[in-house]
Design a protein around this ligand. Structure first.
Ligand code: KG4
Ligand code: ZN
Length: 359
């Protein structure tokens, strides 16, 4: 496994519609872990699922099966093709740990990654660790240490306690993270996730899947105060969310106002969702007296959300941390980070697909 807490990790992620493999050098103890991403390969299936307006699990499985060997070869080689079997083996022999996402996610998709990882681990006699996809999102900001705040300031001891907001296609969760390894979930969505709401409203506006980034583009030219959409649960004294009513409000608004400018609908909807996310996150940060707010998940790449949350954090004297875009949406580098932290803690999660795995 290497000495002085240095491990070369091969991480595999297939929980949804991205086939991702990363090669990451990890070192340091739990007080100050360090990561260097050597390879971060992502093969997206967006085009395959687009005609269906969402991810089709059986198609995702088929595509993962097809893509995994190709993505592995890319992850292990600087040259796309032409590497010999022997050179691949050499690279694999140098790996200290294989990590694989075990959930949450689509069960058939998860199994393809797990079975692939199990075979590799057996063939090359490597330890295998199962990773919770949500822990990957939670720790993803650790992949961008230098650019987040100057290096001297980037000390784990300066970050925690923190509030983490995970906003993705499948999840909207608020976490109180006391330290790198101790946390509790304090709230989550009761129906649609934030990304799901973006995708569904984008669909109402005739935008292709996945709608989040498309809706953001449309919203850029629109007026965010044009329409007063509801801000569900914004003043409720809890940290839960609900976005399905907001989606329905957009549906009825579009039905009743066929001549409305679509970019105003997009901007007003985006504003409503951002208002709720930020209000609850900042309130949690103040109630739990934290030092930082960490934003992650696919929706974290929304510029308007980032900008507002960053400004609110500054106003409230909180550090704001977030990974760069390629580590916010699904990727395997973040799985390597969570694997390393789990490995340092001696955790041994079951290597079996757990579609509803929680934090
Ligand atoms: O984290 P992620 O890649 O996958 C899941 O674990 O779900 O998140 C994907 C979600 C999709 O719903 C997508 O529409 C949304 O993130 N998303 C965005 C933006 N980029 C991705 N939503 C709003 N604005 C964006 N710029
Ligand atoms: Zn995700």
């Amino acid at each position: 496994m290497g000495s002085q807490n240095f491990v070369k990790i091969l991480a595999i992620e297939t929980s949804c519609d991205e086939t991702a493999i990363a090669l990451v050098d990890a070192k340091g103890g739990l007080r100050q872990p360090n990561f260097k991403v050597l390879k971060n390969i992502i093969s997206s299936q967006i085009k395959i699922h687009r005609p269906f307006g969402g991810v089709v699990p059986s198609l995702a499985k088929r595509e993962h099966l097809k893509n995994l060997p190709v993505v592995l070869q890319k992850a292990l080689s600087p040259i796309l093709y032409g590497r010999t079997e022997w050179e691949m083996k050499e690279k694999l022999n140098n790996i200290g740990l294989i990590a694989v996402t075990v959930g949450p996610g689509l069960e058939p998709a998860l199994w393809t990654g797990i079975n692939f990882a199990k075979e590799l681990a057996k063939k090359y006699k490597k330890p295998l660790i199962g990773v919770n996809h949500l822990e990957g999102h939670m720790y993803s900001f650790l992949l961008k240490q230098k650019a987040v705040i100057s290096k001297s300031e980037f000390r784990i001891s300066n970050i925690y306690p923190a509030i983490v907001l995970i906003v993705s296609g499948g999840h909207t969760i608020l976490i109180y993270q006391k330290s790198l390894t101790a946390w509790k979930k304090i709230g989550e969505t009761r129906d649609d996730a934030a990304g799901e709401a973006f995708d569904k409203v984008a669909r109402l506006l005739g935008l292709p899947y996945p709608g989040g980034p498309e809706l953001e583009k449309l919203a850029m030219g629109g007026n965010p105060s044009a329409i007063e959409f509801p801000r569900p649960m914004i003043y409720q004294k809890n940290y839960d969310f609900s976005f399905s009513g907001l989606k329905t409000a957009v549906l009825y608004y579009l039905r009743d106002h066929p001549k409305i400018r679509e970019k105003d609908v997009a901007a007003s909807f985006q504003q409503a969702i951002i208002d709720v996310l930020i209000q609850k996150t900042i309130r949690a940060a103040s109630e739990y007296k934290v030092r930082s707010v960490i934003l992650s998940g696919g929706v974290a790449s929304n510029k308007a959300l980032q900008k507002r949350l960053r400004a609110e954090c500054r106003k409230n004297k909180l550090s704001f941390l977030s990974a760069e875009r390629k580590y916010q949406t699904d990727n395997a580098a973040m799985i390597a980070v969570a694997a390393y932290i789990g490995h340092l803690r001696g955790r041994k999660p079951r290597i079996t697909a757990q579609a509803n795995l929680n934090l």
